[in-house]
Design a protein around this ligand. Structure first.
Ligand code: THU
Length: 139
């Protein structure tokens, strides 16, 4: 993967900081996410696990909830950070959640603790997305 450092230091630092708050007693795998909404505000989330494993919540989902609670509905870019090699990658469910709040050109930066290691467009990792236009076509 290509290293790409064009993500703002602010966004990367925010993801690193919130990752430290991850609640991960079961996996031990800390993830932090920081997104920039289209108005420029930054929202963060960390993964929050649960003893009933499927009830856990990914870092990306937490950041999205924070953004919506803050009154924003459009993501322009997101950084996801974990201490992993290969670099962490959003799960399938989170890709769909991201698609709800951004178009195919949304930028997704994948980072480890030393920095951003890859940069994708949403369309790269969620092609043929199921979207609102499909629902409308059924009316
Ligand atoms: N996880 C995230 O928070 N984001 C990702 O992109 C990948 C996986 C979390 C879910 C779970 O708490 C832990 O990482 C291990 O799967």
């Amino acid at each position: 993967m290509q290293r790409n450092t064009s993500v703002s230091q602010e966004l990367f630092d925010a993801a690193i900081a919130v990752r430290k708050r991850a609640y991960v007693p079961y996996s031990g795998f800390r993830v932090g996410a920081a997104l920039r909404a289209s108005d420029g505000q930054v929202f963060v989330g960390c993964n929050v696990e649960n003893v009933a494993y499927p009830e856990g919540c990914c870092a990306e989902a937490g950041a999205i909830s924070s953004m919506v609670a803050g009154g924003q509905l459009n993501i322009s870019e997101i950084v996801v950070v974990a201490d992993s090699d290969p670099v962490v990658s959003p799960c399938g469910g989170c890709r769909q959640k991201l698609a709800e709040f951004g178009g195919p050109d949304m930028i997704i930066y994948l980072a480890d603790l030393s920095g951003v290691q890859a940069k994708w467009r949403l369309a790269d990792i969620l092609p043929a997305t199921f979207g609102k236009e499909h629902l409308r076509s059924g009316e």
